[in-house]
Design a protein around this ligand. Sequence first.
Ligand code: SF4
Ligand code: SF4
Length: 82
Amino acid sequence: MSIRIGNSCVNCENLGPNDVCKVHGVKVSNSYTCDSFDMKAALKNDPNCVTCARYNESDCANPSKAAPGMLCSHWAPQNAQA
Ligand code: SF4
Ligand code: SF4
């Protein structure tokens, strides 16, 4: 199983005000995730290099091809916590 840095509560649609999870009713943080994770629509609807945390960074998987509108399987949302 691959480890994904984007699947944390901070990128989850179910994260409510004051960092309280709407599904579990407890306070969570960007270090947590669960099987109910649901990526925020704003993130999953626009995955391309410009919205990728790795764009122009040393951990970009395809630095010679990365460009606006391009996408690869290593895409990660910009507010992901490593
Ligand atoms: S549903 Fe899971 S991943 Fe989403 S905020 Fe709650 S605990 Fe975090
Ligand atoms: S090539 Fe992949 S890792 Fe690099 S910026 Fe684009 S989506 Fe991200």
